[in-house]
Design a protein around this ligand. Structure first.
Ligand code: HMG
Ligand code: MG
Length: 304
């Protein structure tokens, strides 16, 4: 097996990692943490989220964080942007890249962003256009691409419809989200066969949560398909507030262990990553990342 020479990791800990935390992390600690991350060799850091602070209070200081972090010119600083109001705030705080997001499943989309899938496109279109006008790149996240906590298994066609529309609206790349961390490698193969038939590998990012401990296996499968871009979170922090029971993202630490062990370059210093992990875990009063066993409602589990 020939592995890719280089893989790019986007650190989503400051956004996906913290958004689900009930423990408040002080703004100055977030800034300190992101500054530490900026010196690890990471090429992209998703530093916060410009959603409604009532829905994600853990990130209500997004603007202040964006204004206070020390920008390393070698790092792309991105953030979640749900609508034009979010874009206005994100541009004021400073972003290099906007990440719009929606789901392949109707119910998760509605619970997460309060819109049907069809209602979401006209909200995202001006965000993508507005960001581009300001010279920013745009990622399109698609959530629940494998399983939905409310609807069960999601068909590949459903995912493709959303992916096609996002590319048509102008996103530079897409991040395919196993939001509830339940996919197994055969599901990854099925989806990547279809997506990579239509779009270049370089524009596809994989975003695995690790509820069932399958994230590394799914990443290995993605690597075999030539995918070289992954989202990950320090210490495996994270989860979606609208996907009850979902565990955090694949841990950046585990992912680096895998990639470096395979001889794949990332440009990231594992020692600095460990120091940044210890820093944030101490702020969250935690030594180990949490893992959850509850991931689907009984009803949707029966549909799988
Ligand atoms: P809405 O209530 O439908 O919005 O929320 P609205 O447009 O009807 O506006 C209602 C009020 O909210 C208005 O204020 C707006 O100004 C205000 P009022 O006039 O009533 O005083 N408002 C805002 N305020 C601040 N910032 C904004 C904003 N937008 C509207 N951006 C909205 C829609 C999307 C904003 C809301 O549902 C929301 O914030 N949801 C949070 C969703 C979220 O953050 N989910 C987690 C992230 S996604 C994820 O984790 C998955 C991912 O990791 C991939 C994967 O794992 O699969 C990316
Ligand atoms: Mg996520």
């Amino acid at each position: 097996m020939r592995w890719p020479e280089y893989v790019q990791i986007k650190e989503v800990g400051p956004r996906d990692g913290l958004q689900n935390e009930s423990q408040w992390v002080e703004t100055e600690d977030k800034v300190k943490w992101i500054d530490m991350l900026s010196e690890t060799g990471l090429k992209e850091i998703e530093y916060s989220s410009f959603v409604h602070p009532k829905w994600v209070p853990a990130l209500k200081d997004a603007k202040e964080v964006g204004k206070r972090i020390k920008r390393n010119p070698n790092v792309i600083y991105s953030a979640l942007v749900p609508n034009e109001k979010g874009l206005e705030n994100a541009l004021e705080a400073g972003i290099d890249k906007a990440a719009v997001f929606m789901s392949a499943s109707e119910t998760h989309n509605k619970k997460n962003i309060n819109k049907t899938i069809e209602e979401t496109y006209p909200v995202l279109k001006p965000v993508i256009e507005g960001a581009k006008k300001e010279g920013k790149q745009v990622t399109g996240y698609v959530s629940t691409v494998f399983d939905c906590p409310y609807e069960g298994r999601i068909k590949v066609d459903q995912v493709l419809r959303v992916v096609d529309k996002l590319f048509e609206m102008g996103v530079d790349d897409i991040s395919l989200g196993d939001t509830i961390g339940t996919a197994v490698p055969s599901q990854v193969e099925e989806l990547l066969e279809a997506v990579l038939y239509r779009y270049p590998r370089k524009n596809v990012i994989m975003h695995f949560h690790n509820t069932k401990g399958m994230a590394i296996a799914n990443i290995l499968t993605s690597l075999q398909y030539g995918i070289t871009r992954f989202d990950a979170s320090l210490g495996g922090l994270g989860g979606c507030p609208y996907a009850p029971g979902a565990a955090g993202n694949v841990s950046t630490n585990d992912l680096l262990y895998l990639l470096h062990g395979l001889g794949i370059k990332t440009g990231i210093d594992e020692t600095k990553i460990e120091a940044a992990t210890r820093f944030i875990q101490s702020k969250l009063n935690r030594t180990e990342p949490t893992r959850s066993i509850c991931y689907l409602t009984q009803e949707s589990a029966e549909k799988i």
